[in-house]
Design a protein around this ligand. Structure first.
Ligand SMILES: C=CC1=C(C)c2cc3[nH]c(cc4nc(cc5[nH]c(cc1n2)c(C)c5CCC(=O)O)C(CCC(=O)O)=C4C)c(C)c3C=C
Ligand SMILES: [Fe+2]
Ligand SMILES: [Fe+2]
Length: 338
C-alpha cells in the first residue's frame, strides 16, 4: 500500500529576515482569528498597531539566527520530513507550513496528483492550543472542502503524554543533561489566559486555583494547554530520573498587555540566578524544531539576561529536530493517530 500519506505541518517563517517579508508573515499569522481571537475590526486595529514596530524588531532577531538554507524552523522541518520518510513506507511524507510559504493547499494538491487516497495530518505541536492545532486542522479541512479533493483525513492527536514522544525527548536531551547542571528549566511557549478559559469545556476549571492543571479531569486535560505542558514536563523528568528541586516549568514569548499563563520564563531567569543557580539548562518541549523562540529568545536574549542577573552559563538543549528517535517515534504515532 503506497496511497497513505503523512502531512507534517509546522508554523512557518518569513521568506527572509528582511523587514517587508517579516511584516507580511506577521500580518498573516496575527490576523488568524485563532491566534488573536478578537472580532475582525478590533483584530485589524490591534495587528496594525503591532505592525508599526514589531517587524523591525523581529527582522533583527530573525537575521541573528538565519541560516544559509533559510529559516531554521523550515530547514529543520525539511530534515525531519526526510527522516520520517525513511520510517513511513505506506506512502509519501509531505511538509507544509500554516503561515508563509509551503502552503497546506499546495501540499494536498501534490498528494492528490500522486494518487494518494488517505492522509494523516500531523500538526507538529505536542500540546493542544487553538492557536496552533485547531488552526492547522481547520485550514486543512477548509482546503479539502473548497478544492473538492477526495482525500480521507485523519488527524494525529496532541501527543504531549505519549510514550513515543517522551522517550524521543529523553533520548535527544540525555547527552546534554549528562554534561551536568544546577537546574533544568522547561520553558514552554506561553498563551494568553483568555485562550485557556475559552478552550475549557467545563467553563470553570481552568485557572480556578494554583493546582488546577494537576487535577484536570480527562475532558479538561484534552483541551488545556497548560495542563498538557505540565504532563509533558512531569513525564520527561520522571523518565530522566530527575528529582524535585532539580527542575521547574515556565512559559515564554509573551506578546502584548493581556495576562498570559505563568510563571513567566523572563522572571524565572532572574529568580534562578538570584537563588544561586550558576549553570542553567533550558529545554523547550512545546517546539519540535528549533526556531526564533528557542535560538534567539532563549539562546541569545535569555542567556544575556541570566548572566546579567549573576548566572554563569545558560545552555540551550536542542529541540527534537531530526533526531533519529524522534523521526521513528513520529512515524509510529501516526500509525495510531487518535
Ligand atoms: C498572540 C500571539 C501569539 C500566540 C497566541 C502564539 C501561540 C503559539 N505560538 C507557538 C509557536 C511558535 N510561535 C512562533 C513565533 C511567534 N509567535 C508569536 C505570537 C503568538 N504565538 C509571534 C508574534 C511570533 C513571531 C516571532 C516574533 O515576532 O517574536 C514560532 C517560531 C516561528 C519561526 O519562524 O521561528 C513558533 C514555533 C505555539 C506552540 C503557541 C501556542 C501554544
Ligand atoms: Fe508563537
Ligand atoms: Fe487548565
Amino acid at each position: 500500500m503506497t496511497d497513505h500519506a503523512l502531512l507534517l505541518v509546522n508554523l512557518g517563517s518569513p521568506d527572509s529576515p528582511g523587514v517587508a517579508d517579516v511584516r507580511r508573515y506577521l500580518d498573516q499569522f496575527l490576523m488568524d482569528p485563532y491566534v488573536i481571537d478578537l472580532p475582525w475590526p478590533l483584530r485589524r486595529l490591534l495587528v496594525s498597531l503591532i505592525l508599526r514596530k514589531r517587524p523591525e524588531q523581529s527582522a533583527h532577531a530573525y537575521a541573528s539566527i538565519w541560516w544559509p538554507e533559510g529559516s531554521p524552523l523550515v530547514a529543520l522541518s525539511r530534515r525531519l520530513q526526510e527522516a520520517v520518510q525513511a520510517h513511513w513506507h505506506e506512502g509519501p511524507v509531505e511538509l507544509a507550513m500554516r503561515y508563509g510559504s509551503l502552503s497546506i493547499e499546495a501540499a494536498l494538491n501534490r498528494l492528490a496528483e500522486d494518487g494518494v487516497r488517505r492522509v494523516t495530518l500531523a500538526p507538529l505541536y505536542p500540546q493542544f492550543a487553538d492557536s496552533t492545532v485547531t488552526t492547522v486542522v481547520e485550514e486543512t479541512r477548509r482546503v479539502l472542502r473548497a478544492s473538492g479533493l477526495e482525500l480521507e483525513l485523519e488527524v494525529l492527536a496532541p501527543f504531549f503524554g505519549r510514550a513515543e514522544y517522551l522517550e524521543a525527548l529523553v533520548q535527544s536531551a540525555r547527552p546534554h543533561l549528562q554534561q551536568g547542571f544546577d537546574h533544568l528549566l522547561l520553558s514552554f511557549h506561553g498563551l494568553p489566559e483568555r485562550h485557556l478559559r475559552k478552550a475549557d469545556p467545563s467553563g470553570r476549571h481552568c485557572l480556578s486555583g494554583a493546582d488546577c492543571c494537576r487535577q484536570a479531569p480527562p475532558e479538561v486535560l484534552a483541551r488545556c494547554y497548560r495542563a498538557q505542558c505540565l504532563r509533558s514536563a512531569e513525564g520527561f523528568v520522571r523518565q530522566m530520573g530527575l528529582s524535585e528541586g532539580q527542575w521547574s516549568v515556565a512559559f515564554q514569548s509573551r506578546l502584548g498587555r493581556a495576562k498570559w499563563i505563568g510563571p513567566y520564563t523572563e522572571e524565572q531567569l532572574d529568580a534562578l540566578a538570584a537563588r544561586g543557580v550558576k549553570k542553567l539548562l533550558v529545554m523547550c518541549p512545546a517546539f519540535v524544531t528549533d526556531c526564533i523562540e528557542t535560538l534567539e529568545e532563549i539562546g541569545q536574549r535569555g542567556r544575556e539576561q541570566f548572566r546579567a542577573a549573576g548566572g554563569e552559563e545558560l545552555l540551550l538543549v536542542p529541540c527534537l529536530n531530526d533526531h533519529p528517535a524522534w523521526a521513528a517515534a513520529l512515524a509510529q504515532m501516526c500509525r495510531t493517530p487518535a
